[in-house]
Design a protein around this ligand. Structure first.
Ligand SMILES: Cc1cc2nc3c(=O)[nH]c(=O)nc-3n(C[C@H](O)[C@H](O)[C@H](O)COP(=O)(O)OP(=O)(O)OC[C@H]3O[C@@H](n4cnc5c(N)ncnc54)[C@H](O)[C@@H]3O)c2cc1C
Length: 493
């Protein structure tokens, strides 16, 4: 089949019956559920872009193996040019969603593509796992499947490992082997967009200890597999607010969910790893499942930061405050942050390395630098919007107020912006800004940037340790040359 259309994606959503819980009730019709409908339509637009002549050649390619057109996120990058082809789809999808949807289909496509190309890793432990990963990649690619993922355990007692939790199956673990597959029980935390995806893939960050064998798992199943329960967090909006009042929250709400596996049977041909602590700890670093998707996250993060920067600039301009030096200082800081990320991405692509298996890997140091900086830069951009927009951010009337003949005169007088900016224009911009910097929707976007890729503090610690290993401190030694206590001679150079 190859690339799907938006309509085909929507048909698939309508055809499935996953067990989705939202605010205390089971959702019967996902597509008609107000909280999900617009996000489904936004994702459908991404599928349609694959067929749009404006984008098709940029974001898809003809698969050598099948002769069908597939998304560039399924490309195994073998060169700089391949990385750019892949970047094109990251950028196109991020721009279509202003970087506000982090888990668009391209993200996990890259994860599975990377596991596929590094199936030698699975082969080392079990030939069936390797075969399953290879087949799963082809299934995803050829059917243009939309995946969610859940890689961390629920946040219960973080001071204890999985096997030390009070209940054996608080964290997802294997219960028993049957001829039909492996029975799994317990929960995994935070699968973004789970209700509106086709399938879920489970794997983990490193951190397993001896005794955690039953929790060392990687597999994928359809999202409507019997026994899989999806518990949504409280929605950030009800799906009924107008596009005018909430131009972002009404479109780009990415639902997050806890996944509960109630004795779910995972077929053997969908098991990628099981009962092996060493393999589970090495999967993430050794298969590129961390580094390759960081390319997608970097491109998306850049678009999101660019959007927030433009919103801040627009807010300042709309009320005529960007002539003040303090405001220029803050907006200039955002522009410099943005340009630093843009430059780092280029470096990550130019300075890619080739793995011994012939895969082009965007460079680790600039990608990790992006991962370390964005959790600080994005919240700062949001803070600047709050500071520059000040009280006006809280003061916007609603679309209904604009439509009232009795009120309209007052609104046009008192909500007008600087010369040349009408009340409608000013209020529209401030509403957009408030969705981003004030609404619960915007706070989630901020929390996403901090945590979507794991704990930024521990990530930076890992980065520092790697950096230290690879950075001989020779400049200090050089500076100390001749600086011994007993040296009385002048240094010549
Ligand atoms: C909006 C959003 C969307 C997400 N989407 C997904 C998704 O689609 N799929 C997915 O799998 N995950 C997703 N994540 C989850 C993400 O992977 C986790 O939030 C992240 O790994 C951090 O884990 P945690 O939230 O459980 O925090 P914790 O690990 O519980 O950390 C809480 C605090 O304790 C500290 N801490 C905890 N343990 C240690 C330790 N051992 N050493 C030092 N400090 C420690 C941390 O620094 C942090 O300050 C998402 C997260 C967010 C916020």
């Amino acid at each position: 089949m190859g690339i799907r259309t938006g309509a085909q994606y929507i048909e698939a959503v309508k055809a499935r019956k996953p067990e989705v819980w939202l605010s205390g009730r089971k959702v019967e019709n996902l597509f008609e559920e107000p909280v999900f409908k617009q996000p489904i339509l936004e994702i459908a637009k991404l599928y349609d872009m694959q067929h749009d002549p404006e984008f098709q050649d940029k974001i898809t390619h003809v698969c050598e193996e099948t002769g069908e057109r597939v998304n560039n996120s399924f490309l195994v990058p073998k060169s700089y040019d391949d990385l750019i082809k892949r970047r094109n789809v990251f950028e196109a999808y991020a721009k279509a969603t202003f970087g506000l949807m982090g888990r668009t289909p391209d993200f996990l496509n890259v994860v599975v593509t990377s596991m596929y190309y590094n199936s030698w890793f699975f082969e080392k432990y079990n030939k069936n796992w390797a075969e399953n990963v290879r087949n799963y990649y082809k299934y995803l690619r050829d059917n243009d499947i939309f995946l969610t993922h859940a890689i961390i355990n629920p946040q219960n007692d973080r001071s204890k490992n999985s096997h030390e939790q009070k209940d054996t199956y608080t964290h997802l673990g294997a219960v028993k082997e049957t001829p039909d597959g492996l029975v799994v029980r317990g929960a995994k935390m935070l699968a973004t967009l789970a209700p509106v995806t086709d399938e879920v893939i489970i794997y983990s960050f490193p951190g397993f200890a001896p005794g955690d064998e039953k929790y060392a798992l990687a597999f994928a199943i359809p999202i409507d597999t019997p026994g899989l329960r999806i518990i949504c967090r409280e929605p950030m909006q009800d799906g009924k607010r107008s596009f005018f009042d909430h131009p972002l929250a009404s479109r780009f709400e990415e639902m997050d969910a806890l996944l509960v596996f109630d004795d779910v049977v995972v077929p053997w041909d969908r098991i990628f790893l099981y009962n092996n602590v060493e393999a589970a700890n090495k999967l993430y670093p050794m298969t590129g499942a961390g580094q390759q998707p960081a390319h997608q996250s970097g491109v998306r993060g850049l678009v999101k930061l660019e959007f927030a920067t433009q919103v801040a600039m627009k807010v300042a301009d709309t009320i005529g405050v960007d002539g003040y030096l303090n405001v220029q200082d803050q907006l200039g800081e955002l522009a410099q942050s943005l340009e630093s990320i843009r430059a780092l991405l280029k470096v990550a692509e130019y300075e890619h390395t080739m793995t011994e298996h012939g895969e082009a890997m965007p460079a680790y140091v600039p990608l990790e630098t992006i991962r370390g900086l964005l959790p600080k830069m994005y919240p700062r951009a949001i803070e600047v919007i709050q500071i520059v927009g000040a009280g006006g951010l809280l003061m916007s009337p609603t679309g209904a107020d604009f439509e009232s003949d009795e009120l309209r005169g007052s609104i046009d007088n008192y909500y007008v912006g600087r010369e040349g900016i009408s009340s409608l224009e000013r209020v529209s911009i401030f509403k957009l800004a408030w969705d981003l910097c004030g609404e619960a929707f915007g706070q989630r976007l901020l929390q996403y940037e901090r945590y979507y890729t794991g704990d930024p503090i521990r990530k930076r610690g890992i980065f520092y340790n790697n950096y230290k290993r690879q950075t001989p401190l020779t400049m200090v030694d050089e500076a100390l040359k001749g600086a011994q206590l007993d040296n009385k001679e002048a240094l010549t150079n």
